[in-house]
Design a protein around this ligand. Sequence first.
Ligand code: AMP
Length: 366
Amino acid sequence: MRVAIIGCGQLSRMMALAGLPMGLTFSFVAEADEDSRCVDGLGEVIRRSEASSAAELFAALGKPQVITVEREQVDIELLRRFSKLCPVHPNPDAVYQCQHRGRERQLLAKTGIDCAPYQLALPGELAQMSIPLPAVIKSCDDGYDGKNQWRLKQPKDSKVFAELPRQDVAYLVESFIHFDRELSQVSARDRNGNIVHYPLAENVHTQGILSHSTAPAPDVSAELAQQAQRMISTLMTEMDYVGVLAVECFAVGDKLLVNELAPRVHNSGHWSQSGSQTCQFENHLRAITGLPLGATDTHGVTGMVNLIGTDGAPLDSLDSHSQLHWYGKTVRAGRKLGHININASGHDVLQPQVVATLEQIKPEGE
Ligand code: AMP
């Protein structure tokens, strides 16, 4: 069976690496200037500029049986045209809802799921807002890894408003949440509506970028786990979602506030490559190709440390219970270039190993 993926980054790479042993073949859609090194040797890369229509692109991709995405910022019209030619999972409407923070908030409101207090406003209206400060201004689209976000400390912070890249579009203005920790729920839903859940992962971000995750997250009560699973099941069912979905949350006491939905495999699920019976990449492929979902039982606990802006492997951290993954990208400051998964028998054993790994990859001078 042929699967086409829109995008050529590390998520596409890891999906293909999980799918090749399942007998799947892959092709990838790249933008004209997109770096496709991550998927070198894993399938054909077709540039959008090489085809004049969705049908031509579909043919060049090898007439796939199913099409999926590795990022939410995709051309929805193209996805809709593809969906007339073969199944597209997750469906274009679900991707459309998740690619814009305003639409995402509407979905949360509709399904009764909590998030931080927010307003949507044009830059010219920001000074009149009544949102509790400090607040974070976020662009509605094209925001990831903390990009396109600005802190607002004073109500009439005109310098911030003037810096916003566009004055003619609405921004999401959200109260700053003093969370206890960040948790994410990653789950997969198949074509028949069956859902499997990975355990909640605890995530630590540095300057908006995920630094490391631990899964299962420590000290998660049965109520908190159920709250997360209920929430994601509601969202998946509402969107008739097929594939892996990630929901990033702020944990405040025993309550989860949703920060963001990712309609795809997610960085906070990479730990599952060595920590779960079926990794998120395989489960996404099983879901979209119509196979039964795989078990998500865990092996001990797993730490995932992102290798950001460095190609120096933390070799001292590698032992018989750790795995190194490089994405084949060129080195650039702030760029996710790989990750290391560390498996351990318990959090007390894992914690010092994660700290030691972070210490090794710290840029000089910090
Ligand atoms: P995002 O791009 O929205 O996923 O944000 C990236 C990171 O910035 C989050 O994982 C948080 O660590 C932080 N952040 C975003 N929004 C807020 C908020 N309203 N309050 C506190 N921290 C936030």
